[in-house]
Ligand binder design. Structure first.
Ligand code: COA
Length: 165
């Protein structure tokens, strides 16, 4: 049986930490759907369309993956509904530190209540990604610091354009 999973997020913007999770998730599932959420509790700096475009471009830049097995799909509404529509019963989420756990645990429980067929699989971040977050990245960029170690080149270019440096 072919297994499809969703890797959902706000991706504001997508970082190398997210890309690492995408690469590793592809080792355990056949198809990975990277779902960019329109409905998120966060106030984002990039529009839904731009966040989706940056995810698409960053995945395109990955060299060591079978791109045929990755789909980048923006979605509106509930994640569980989106998963059902895509025929996926697995949600992949990255865990960077213990501090991520409470939120992720609650979210996986709620998603499982909304659709008992859905299971969440957590992948631990690699060490070099453990301190990366989209909000720290935005803060460094706002203060015109070097963001190139944390994002793909296309994302770095867009961020620099946004913060005018
Ligand atoms: N490496 C680096 N950073 C990582 C990471 C990794 N492996 N894994 C997570 N992060 C960081 C992100 O950079 C981001 O940082 P920030 O909080 O500073 O912005 C944070 O951890 C998580 O962001 P992201 O990965 O984009 O996910 P999210 O928590 O914003 O995603 C959704 C939340 C989209 C999954 C959730 O809002 C959702 O499902 N929305 C749809 C509506 C819905 O169904 N709601 C009910 C949910 S129960």
């Amino acid at each position: 049986m072919k297994r499809a999973a969703i890797y959902p997020g706000t991706f504001d913007p997508i970082t190398n930490g997210h890309l690492d999770i995408i690469e590793r998730a592809l080792r355990i599932v056949d198809t990975l759907i990277v779902g960019i959420a329109k409905d998120t509790t966060k106030s984002t700096i990039f529009s839904f369309e731009k966040r989706s475009e940056l995810v698409e471009k960053s995945v395109e830049c990955l060299e060591n993956i079978d791109k045929e097995r990755v789909k980048v799909i923006p979605f509106k509404g509930l994640l569980t509904e989106f998963a059902k529509k895509q025929g996926a019963v697995i949600i992949i989420r990255g865990l960077r530190a213990v501090s991520d756990f409470d939120y992720e645990f609650q979210m996986s429980g709620m998603n499982n209540k909304l659709d008992p067929n859905i299971e969440t699989i957590f992948l631990p971040s690699i060490e070099s990604s453990q301190y990366i977050s989209s909000s720290f990245l935005r803060e460094v960029a706002r203060l015109k610091g070097d963001i190139s170690p944390f994002v793909s080149k296309c994302v770095a270019d867009e961020i620099k354009k946004f913060y005018k440096y």
